[in-house]
Design a protein around this ligand. Structure first.
Ligand code: ADP
Length: 626
């Protein structure tokens, strides 16, 4: 019979998987049992909604049948089965979600030992088998099919015989080599241990014949072996178990088994609520940002069970967008099994659960800041941006949840600090929470605008992400303290003394500054004396709601509104350059022209803004050199 080849990328994946030297081969069993359990879930769910399907709890099970002599391991399930088309679509290509991510990851790393972190599904069977055979009969169909493949060279499908609905996976286990022991996958004790480790909570019985020993009849010291069918998993779902009975490893295994992520979870929450609404939930905060997290492809959601039956694999209504990184499941007895998706959205119970979950996540994260700072910072580096977007969205409606979770890099400690930490160590006379925006911490460090604030000994928060300033604008205040950009017109710092002095100086230089403003013809709203500069000659400041940084961000947006910051050119009158300006004003108007343009362009450069005409600028510099 002719073999159908696997698609090219599938072939490469298979090769990688078959040939990788790696320590997690055993997860193939978890993957196949998980598929079997999913298949039974599907049939079970159908049966609940359809009175024509007769339904006995006992009819649903998974069975393991090892045969040492033939080197064959069979995994049977009484699930929904597959049609011929299903076989082609599901087992003919490796393009399921998990596998695809795996492929991308493996291409970015050297491929060593990372398979264990992945749910690679059905294909993991090839890690331990020379040949894989699938015999299956779909629910509602009279004919069964056999799919067979010995690896990369393709697969065959042909009609087959099978009694009941369901699927049987037959693995021809590889011969052991010096480096690798495959015999263990035929050993009932080892198989039992693997089920305990990875699949204990599967809701359906996993049955296996186990060899037992008993006294021979009529004998007092002679024993004989006999076979007894046993259910080798406890069948209690992990979320119904007592937290005290569970180890960190149990939660980690559940995360892997469920394919919630390809990393290890950073933190889990096990919630059991009994009250106006009752539910159990196991939630995870992943350690790493999923590769598609900030793309449209990423879908948030939690698995939703009703009394232990999976009714939706990704319910988005259970999580607010700003917690879209949370993975896990919710099981409630208060939800009807036959509820449609549309109804579910309106369901009051579900809304209550969602609200409750949201506040549990918030308090968990707040607790992490206090008790597990390092972990929290890992989390924040992965998902902090999402929290800031959350704050910005819906006009700040979620600020109660989010404001305490924010962190920014600060000038004082050169590390991430919370707003609460900032405010709690503000000197009494400090009125505002100061921040500076820029491309990187290094660039902000050098910003002339920070000079006065830093000189006062006030802490400055560094904003390097586009969303930062927008988020803070929505927040407006934290603990009654307003946020203030170091570039804003009024810093609220200057003493009355220097104010008086500068106003005198200002009136003196008024004509010069007016002249400079007209030279810059509309590019700035005002030229004025800087109260914030110490060592630098010049900087830009913004007046009004829109900062220079915001203007930059808005410019990059599609169909951007043509908003501009009101820019003010600030001059340091204690700088030697000011003397040259004054002299030029009095004796050489052409020079004043030149100097003004030079200073303005310098200020733009410092801000990271493009200068309109770089050639003019360099020509100007040449002019002052000769
Ligand atoms: P995943 O489980 O991540 O979708 P797999 O490669 O493990 O990826 O399986 C691919 C698909 O094959 C499954 O989604 C399912 O539709 C089908 N499948 C696998 N095993 C079984 C089974 N025992 N019974 C019915 N369908 C199955």
């Amino acid at each position: 019979m002719e073999k159908t080849p696997f698609r090219a990328e599938s072939k490469r994946m298979l090769e990688l998987m078959i040939n990788s030297i790696y320590t997690h081969r055993e997860i193939f069993l978890r993957e196949l049992i998980s598929n079997a359990s999913d298949a039974i879930d599907k049939l079970y769910y159908k049966a609940l909604g359809d009175q024509n399907i007769s339904f006995h709890q006992d009819d649903y099970y998974i069975q393991l049948i090892p045969d040492k002599d033939a080197r064959i391991l069979r995994i049977l399930d009484t699930g929904i089965g597959m049609t011929k088309e299903d076989l082609e679509n599901n087992l003919g290509v490796i393009a399921q979600s998990g596998s695809l991510a795996f492929k991308q990851e493996i291409e970015s790393q050297d491929g060593h030992d990372i398979i264990g972190q992945f749910g690679v599904g059905f294909y993991s069977a090839f890690m331990v088998s020379d040949m894989v055979t699938v015999i299956t009969k779909a629910f509602g169909s009279d004919s069964a099919y056999k799919w067979e493949s010995s690896g990369v060279d393709g697969y065959t499908i042909e009609p087959a015989k099978k009694d009941g609905v369901g699927t049987e996976i037959i693995l021809k286990i590889k011969a052991s080599t010096e480096d690798e022991n495959y015999d263990e996958y035929l050993d009932e004790y080892r198989l039992r241990a693997l089920v305990k480790k990875y699949s204990d909570f599967i809701r359906y019985p996993i049955k296996m014949n186990v060899t037992q020993s008993r006294l021979k009849e009529g004998s007092e010291n002679e024993y004989e072996d006999y076979q007894e069918e046993q259910t080798i998993n406890s069948m209690v779902p992990i979320w119904r178990k007592n937290k005290n009975e569970l180890t960190e490893e149990d939660y980690d295994n559940f995360y892997m088994e469920k394919h919630y992520g390809f990393d290890k979870p950073l933190k889990h929450l096990h919630i059991s609520v009994d009250g106006a609404v009752s539910y159990n939930a196991i939630l995870y905060i992943p350690e790493r940002t999923p590769f598609d997290y900030y793309s449209k492809e990423y879908e948030k959601g939690l698995e939703l069970y009703s009394s232990g039956v999976l009714i939706m694999s990704k319910n988005p209504d259970l999580l607010p967008d700003y917690y879209s990184f949370v993975k896990g499941m919710v099981d409630s007895e208060d939800l009807s099994l036959n509820i449609s998706r549309e109804m579910l959205q309106q369901d009051r119970q579900l809304q209550l659960i969602a609200k409750n979950i949201k506040s549990k996540i918030t308090s968990q994260l707040e607790r992490m800041i206090k008790d597990e700072r390092e972990k929290y910072e890992t989390f924040y580096k992965a998902f902090g941006t999402q929290l800031k977007y959350g704050l910005y969205s819906d006009f700040g409606a979620h600020k109660d949840d989010l404001q305490n979770l924010l962190m920014f890099y600060s000038s004082k400690e050169k590390k991430l600090v919370t707003l609460d930490e900032y405010v709690s160590r503000m000197p009494e006379e400090q009125k505002f929470i100061y921040y500076a925006t820029g491309e990187s911490y290094e660039r902000i460090d050098k910003l002339p605008q920070t000079e006065l604030v830093a000189d006062k000994g006030y802490e400055i928060l560094y904003f390097i992400e586009d969303v930062d300033e927008f988020a803070i604008k929505v927040l407006m205040k934290f603990k009654e303290k307003e946020f203030k950009s170091v570039s804003s017109g009024d810093l609220g710092i200057e003493s009355d003394d220097s104010d008086a002095q500068t106003s005198e100086e200002a009136s003196e230089s008024k004509e010069l500054f007016d002249e400079m403003k007209s030279i810059l013809s509309g590019k700035v709203k005002e030229v004025r004396i800087s109260k914030r500069l110490k060592h630098h000659p010049v900087c830009l400041a913004a007046e009004g709601e829109i900062s220079i940084e915001m203007e930059k961000v808005l410019k990059t947006m599609p169909n951007n509104p043509d908003v501009k910051a009101d820019k003010v050119l600030e001059i340091n009158i204690h700088h030697v350059v000011f003397k040259s300006l004054k002299a030029a004003y009095e004796h050489d108007r052409e020079k004043l022209n030149l100097y003004t343009n030079l200073l303005y362009n310098q200020a733009l450069l410092i801000e990271g803004l493009p200068i309109q005409d770089p050639v003019d600028f360099t020509n100007d510099i040449c002019k002052i050199m000769v």
